[in-house]
Write a new protein. Sequence first.
Length: 278
Amino acid sequence: MSGDTPRIRVGIGGWNFAEWRGGVFYPAGLPAAQELHFASRQLTSIEINATFYATQKPATYARWRDETPDGFQFAIKAHRFATQRKALSDGAESVVHFLESGVTELREKLGPIVWQLPPYRRFDADDLECFFALLPDKLDGLALRHVLEPRHESFACADYVQLARDYGVATVYTDSPDYPQIADVTADFVYARLEDAVEEEPAGEVVEGDVALEADGADGSDGDGAAVDELPQRRQQPIFAASRIRGGRDLQHRQALLAGGGVQPAAEHHIFIEEELP
């Protein structure tokens, strides 16, 4: 292990959910205005979904920053106008508008930026490369980390994996049966969205043995032709895992998750891990 202390960040997608109130996750009587303050002290990261639907003000980002503790980080979902269009390459204005809307007000609490594609968006190498070229590495002196969330099976191919690696864009790994499970590492960090948790399991899902990211190649390869046992044995990568959890009452198990006990059920939820991959 080298560099800074490895981190595993665990969080949720959003924080304003009525079914979590009244002692389920939030203490009974806690004002809604204090929910971010409370949640950010139970977890170590939160994915902001509001940014996908509406442009936020710089003052809003600054307030979110100030309401959360030192060492906390947000993932933010980029505005849908940048990704829900006929051609991604035509989204330059929307990309700039989103990035310059105040996201850097989060400062050191700015984590990965997630660019979520609609399920109907097929892989188009030329169009996607033009889109990747629109994503800056830095803004206002802050390094930016970008994540693509493809949700069409056509992205599960060697050409996509190589293109994402060329631009250093991470790929969302999901355990959802509805979307492609692309486990190939395409950046210097990993973002995983775990959506298949169930309330009946104390840890959210049934896990036997150690949890590991598995290569998705049907022939035992890493998805782009390299045999798994030929891959580098250690890669220094942060890992950001986001997880959707179904149900509400199981949020009371969150402490076990933070102690390394597993993924907790309850709405949408994420994990940020910074360590060397085995």
